[in-house]
Design a protein around this ligand. Sequence first.
Ligand code: GUN
Length: 296
Amino acid sequence: MTAEIIDGKAFAAKLRERVATHVPDFVAAVGRKPGLAVVLVGEDPASQVYVGSKGKATVAAGMESFEHRLPDTTSEDDLIALVEKLNADDAVDGILVQLPLPDHVDDKAVIAAIDPAKDVDGFHVVNAGRLAVGEDALVPCTPLGCLMLLKDKLGDLSGLDAIVVGRSNIVGKPMAQLLLRENCTVTLAHSRTRDLPDVVRRADIVVAAVGRAEMVKGDWLKPGAVVIDVGINRLPPAEEGKKGKLVGDVAFAEADHVKAITPVPGGVGPMTIAVLLRNTLVAARARAGLDPVAGL
Ligand code: GUN
């Protein structure tokens, strides 16, 4: 393989350390630790793992973690009441409600109830709108992590052709906004895009966030492109009783001609939690009236 493998795990570890080095300043200035509340409704196994990891990482960075695990029978009203309590709690700087929520709860209503100043996921329409019009915003963790990896690899992104495949509110749309803010020429492709392979072939930067195993083929990728694979998909197991292999949205083994590519696992995945800690510190400092930390 001649393509450089982008080590998201190492980058995320360094970002987590950098965030942690700024926590004591906050504690000295404000008299308490930055606090992150994570809310999980139901028992989805993947979500339980994510929420556990988020709590551990928060404590490891020297911050306060508040975990709320609620049964999947929790009503939308009760969940919104908890969010409002967290909005009013001065010890809480960041609120993350783990998605997906059970079908009887409307995610949009719950996200709308979060104080935009504490919206460390960047999902509230106020933060999405601020990002779109170029104001300071809390930005969704996964796309911001992807942008950090891209800038680390390429430096200035100005004028580059970027394609984002997938138009979700969590990744695709904010990723396109972030790349536009960096002066890329951005294409936001989706399931109805015509001639997708040809559109991808023009791009210097490819961000794949569709959730379909190995959909982006090697011959869709321009030699020298930088490829960020956000997908985490489990292939059917080769043998019964075993777990299937984890793969991304890009056919990784076919991509040796690109400049650089993130692996799955170990690429974008670890960045999400590191950026969540960064966003929590950013939100905490802003709420306390402290200046932002330069370069974080
Ligand atoms: N579920 C999968 N990814 C995320 C995320 O980034 N934030 C939240 N709240 N839920 C998720």
